[in-house]
Design a protein around this ligand. Structure first.
Ligand code: G3P
Length: 217
């Protein structure tokens, strides 16, 4: 499973990228607003740092303006994936941009039917939001499973990009189900390293290091 990092914070992306943990980056208007940066500038900076796809989201609601915005975003770098919402206008924009050879990430997906439409419209990525479904006592992981089944049934090449990831467990669950990509905040990716038995075991080793005066350097 590929790891995308879901942030527009340059330092956090760099830290994970230096460790080989970043296969791509996703942003959205809320993350850009949080960064306090200009969307075009910060997106360019991320594209220069990362080899993989960098999602940058349109902000218009009508297809004509979305397409113009998408074309402008696509000019930033070759690794831009234009992010469009899963609305009818977003699907129209997805089809037009995919036909032009631009990668498209269709976002705000909450149903298998929406994912099916995005694949038909030529999406490179479909972004089901699992955390927001879980927030409503619905089953985000079940949606990933359903999309996996549908895409595999018909050989759709659209990649399932699990989004709205809230926990380290979400990451391993998505990997078990067969999501192609999961995008997560840096803190969630770091939390994947944590285990209480690792901490306990290390504390035991350190006590023995102290007792025996073990030194290496
Ligand atoms: O990639 C979409 C993601 O940023 C949404 O996450 O936590 O706001 O539901 P969240």
């Amino acid at each position: 499973m590929k790891f995308f990092v879901d942030t527009a914070e340059i330092d956090q992306i760099r830290e994970l990228n230096d460790l080989g943990m970043v296969d791509g980056v996703t942003t959205n208007p809320s993350l850009i607003a949080k960064s306090g940066r200009d969307i075009l500038e910060v997106t360019k900076e991320i594209c220069d740092m990362i080899d993989g796809p960098v999602s940058a989201e349109v902000v218009a609601l009508d297809a004509e303006t979305m397409l113009a915005e998408g074309r402008k975003l696509a000019k930033i770098a070759d690794n831009i994936a234009v992010k469009v919402p899963l609305t009818w206008a977003g699907l129209q924009t997805c089809k037009a941009l995919s036909d032009e050879g631009t990668m498209v990430n269709v976002t705000l997906c909450f149903s298998a039917n929406q994912a099916l439409l995005a694949a038909k419209a030529g999406a490179t990525f479909i972004s089901p939001f699992i955390g927001r479904l879980d927030d409503l006592n619905m089953d985000g992981l079940e949606l990933i499973e359903d999309i996996r089944t549908i895409y595999d049934n018909y050989g759709f090449e659209t990649q399932i990009l699990a989004a709205s990831i809230r926990s380290a467990n979400h990451m391993s669950d998505c990997a078990k189900i067969g999501a192609d990509v999961a995008t997560a905040p840096p803190a969630v990716i770091k939390a994947m390293a944590n285990h209480v038995l690792t901490d306990k075991g290390l504390a035991g080793f350190m006590a023995d290091v102290e007792k025996a005066g073990i030194k290496i350097l």
